[in-house]
Design a protein around this ligand. Sequence first.
Ligand code: ZN
Length: 184
Amino acid sequence: MRSHLKRITVATLATIAMALTGQLLGVGAATAAPAPAAVRVLYYDASQAAEFVTAVHQGAANWNARVGNVRLERWTAGHPVDIRVYADNNWPRAYVNSLGSGTVYMGRQATVEGHNPTRIAAHELGHILGLPDRRTGVCSELMSGSSAGTSCTSAFPNAQEITKVNSLFTSGALVTAGWRQDGA
Ligand SMILES: [Zn+2]
């Protein structure tokens, strides 16, 4: 009899404990916060960017400091290469395969003429991130590119550019493949 009572007591306590735990955790109630949007990671390979390697890393870091839905990381073995970066003697330009995928050419013609290499790198990465050229001459815009003149060293996207890139990566927007030719 005594052991029977003990079993009942233990079972009852366990039931009460489970009920209390359920209440405390809000089990069954729709209290869970929505999962944060996944951050898309893009791997870029700057190993062929010659004297522009540092500028490319800084340009990528500037984007990472501002946008939340996509992150540019240095390529390491075992990952796909989403963005290849080269140096050559023409004007800077990018070939966009799709949103977040393409090839950047850090053309020396722009730096020969005095344009800031970090701004160039951030601008070209902006093309890969889905932004078109906007030749407005406004220095605070990254995508105004060389139209802002050689005195412009601003290498961060402005608020509109940040919003646009976050939006593109949230929706997984399609961008038109092709060249984004800068300069001249
Ligand atoms: Zn451009």
